[in-house]
Ligand binder design. Structure first.
Ligand code: FES
Length: 119
């Protein structure tokens, strides 16, 4: 799979998320200034949609129990050694937001040049 058009930039609000489905996966889009971040739209605590949470800077607060995650990295802000929520590559062209859910930018086995080593 490659980049797929998922939303218009103006449809992604500031201060909260925007849910889309990409290839059957729930994806939350978060807008910080003119940048959009994409992460799996599923809280690891109890599966709530993170797109329904509030966005404070680059941190989304889960609407159910308040766990927080940095939308740039998928990690909790104070725990970069924990488990990250999958984050995906985003491209914006002519006001259109594209996401590639096969390009998991924070994959734990991803090398510095983006390659993923075998398990
Ligand atoms: S479901 Fe997200 S913190 Fe509980």
């Amino acid at each position: 799979m490659a980049f797929e058009s998922v939303a218009r930039l103006e449809d992604v609000p500031s201060g909260r998320g925007h849910h889309v489905a990409v290839a059957g996966l729930p994806v939350a889009l978060f807008r910080v200034g003119d940048t959009v971040y994409a992460m799996e739209d599923r809280c690891p605590h109890a599966d709530a949609r993170l797109s329904g949470g509030s966005l404070e800077g680059c941190v989304v607060i889960c609407p159910v129990h308040g766990w927080d995650f940095d939308v740039r990295t998928g990690f909790k802000p104070d725990d970069a050694d924990g488990f990250a929520i999958p984050c995906y590559a985003v491209r914006i062209e002519a006001g259109e937001v594209f996401v590639d859910v096969e390009d998991e930018i924070n994959h734990p086995r991803r090398g510095r040049r983006g390659e993923v080593s075998p398990a």
